[in-house]
Design a protein around this ligand. Structure first.
Ligand SMILES: Cc1cc2nc3c(=O)[nH]c(=O)nc-3n(C[C@H](O)[C@H](O)[C@H](O)COP(=O)(O)OP(=O)(O)OC[C@H]3O[C@@H](n4cnc5c(N)ncnc54)[C@H](O)[C@@H]3O)c2cc1C
Length: 198
């Protein structure tokens, strides 16, 4: 077990003391969707109620004519169960959802890029000006993507494929202007966005 001095925890709030006040503070944090850690010097929850007078009835808790101190602590801990039921699955699936969201930002642009490339390859469907405008828009969206470093590779690939389609677009534009007859065969790396993006 690591020594306490080496332990590191990141949280929104640290509550010192798992007495009735500390336990209710945990509940309130959960309602506010804040993460919290509770620290107590004792090896039990409940503070004075649990440590000093668990069997003594308490008469001044609103809503209870009389309640044993231990029962009160049990009910306070019980309050936290729904939070565990909600927060635990949330914490478990959050990384997957986050990853999907990040990838979706890129694959959505890939989808548009693929459509653009298909349009360019379809005979009689080449509107060079419209395709250039679409590609410019796509590129500016790709440049504005705010992604964590872990996704830098995929963003780099996307930008590379945008360059490939731009080169292809230029060839079509040159051909349309009669500047370049017979088109150069695409290089291996330029062959298809579809093949590389899947
Ligand atoms: C005999 C007796 C009878 C009582 N009867 C009643 C009653 O009938 N009705 C009523 O309203 N009140 C009653 N009280 C008072 C009531 O118990 C307290 O008001 C209540 O427990 C305070 O709750 P708390 O969460 O603020 O603190 P506590 O219950 O004192 O809990 C504090 C917790 O923090 C931990 N802690 C403190 N400092 C640190 C630290 N530095 N590091 C780690 N952990 C720490 C302690 O170990 C403890 O578990 C009674 C008290 C006593 C002693």
């Amino acid at each position: 077990m690591p020594e306490l001095k080496d332990a590191q925890h990141k949280t929104d709030i640290c509550i010192i003391g798992a007495g009735p006040v500390g336990l209710f503070a945990v509940f309130e944090c959960g309602m506010l969707k804040m993460h919290c850690h509770v620290v107590d010097a004792l090896d039990m929850t409940g503070g004075q109620c649990a440590a000093l007078y668990p069997e003594k009835p308490i008469y001044d808790i609103p809503g209870y004519p009389a309640i044993d101190a231990a029962d009160l602590i049990g009910k306070l801990v019980f309050l936290l169960i729904p939070l565990i039921g909600v927060l635990y699955p949330m914490m478990r699936f959050l990384p997957t959802v986050y990853d999907w969201t990040m990838r979706h930002k890129i694959t959505r642009l890939y989808g548009e890029l693929r459509l653009l490339e298909e349009d360019l390859e379809t005979p009689g469907r080449k509107d060079i000006a419209a395709a250039t405008a679409k590609l410019d828009h796509l590129e500016s969206q790709a440049n504005r993507l705010k992604m964590p470093v872990a996704y830098a590779n995929q963003v780099f690939n996307l930008r590379h494929h945008i360059d490939i389609v731009r080169a292809s677009l230029k060839r079509h534009a040159d051909r349309a202007a009669g500047l370049q007859s017979p088109p150069a065969a695409p290089t291996k790396s330029e062959s298809s966005v579809a093949a590389m993006s899947s």
